[in-house]
Write a protein that binds this ligand. Structure first.
Ligand code: SF4
Length: 278
């Protein structure tokens, strides 16, 4: 599979993510990466030819006709990282900037609603700031093996985005019994109640496919920032907005009434072994 990786308005975070993949050399033996700005010596316009998979990293301008032309030619198109998917930080700064098929939650983006690549798929969106190296590598390998990923409503492969970041977090028991972390970096307690954790509101497999096979933000005592969703980044990443002691945004699918009833009981009967310092 001939893969062409282009960058537009980006901090290169997704390139760093790709380059951090533990089996990068095996991956590079299995696909034909005809151009990547960090790995190739040629200029972008010297290699634009027949392309099987076009990968775009970074937000794009609405008048970027060269990307539109390439998207029309490619068998598959993939947006990697939140800027390429939703526009993200560059789109917050400038009106004329968007993602390939979205501008935040609004469908359309550069390619317009209804875009399909030559193989009949919409843009394959790997959201995240950055996207996890396993999501990038495995999606490309799936396509190269002729396996078409099933996509969610935001065009993200369900394989990696159908569950919440909360799934697999080592702090689930603390969450259930409403035992809060005392400080950032603490090994104990849940980060949802005070420290802004978006795990129960965000779609990712960060806690089931660990980063470099060993860790995740919440395992390290840092809240999930919800970086796979269209409303990232938001103000106050490290704190939970509350009204009358209740988080302003509750876990997906949980009603306010249910939350108040259950959390009161959970807190009252929380096992002693979960309480206390690190
Ligand atoms: S720290 Fe976040 S992801 Fe982990 S259990 Fe608490 S809310 Fe869920």
């Amino acid at each position: 599979m001939k893969v062409l990786w282009l960058q537009r308005l980006t901090c290169c975070g997704n390139t760093h993510s790709l380059l951090s993949h533990e089996n990068l050399s095996t991956f590079l033996e299995r696909v034909n990466l005809i151009y990547h700005p960090s790995l190739s010596v040629q200029q972008e316009d010297e290699v634009i030819e027949e392309v099987d998979l076009l990968v775009v990293e970074g937000a794009v301008r609405y008048d970027d006709r060269s990307i539109v032309e390439l998207c029309r030619k490619a068998e598959f198109v993939m947006a990697v990282g939140n800027c390429a998917v939703y526009g993200n930080i560059p789109a917050l700064a400038e009106e004329g900037v968007c993602g390939l098929s979205y501008r935040f939650k609004e469908r359309g983006g550069l390619l317009g609603e209804g875009f399909k690549s030559r193989r009949g798929l919409p843009v394959i969106n790997l959201s995240g700031c950055p996207a996890h190296p396993e999501w990038i590598v495995n999606t490309i390998l799936m396509l190269s093996e002729g396996i078409l990923p099933e996509l969610d409503d935001f065009g993200r492969p369900k394989e990696f985005y159908s569950s919440l970041t909360h799934w697999g977090c080592t702090r689930n028991e603390y969450f259930e019994w409403k035992v809060e972390a005392q400080e950032l970096g603490s090994k104990r307690g849940c980060l949802f109640y005070h420290f802004g954790c978006r795990g129960p509101l965000s779609h990712s497999s960060c806690n089931t496919i660990l980063w470099n096979g060993v860790s995740s933000k919440t395992r390290a005592g840092t809240p999930c920032f919800g970086c796979t969703e269209y409303d990232f980044p938001r103000i106050g990443l490290w704190e939970t907005r509350q009204y009358a002691g209740i988080p302003a945004e509750l876990p997906i699918g949980v009603s306010k009434r249910g939350y108040v009833m259950l959390s009161g009981v959970a807190k009252m009967f929380a096992p002693e072994r979960l309480k206390g310092e690190d």
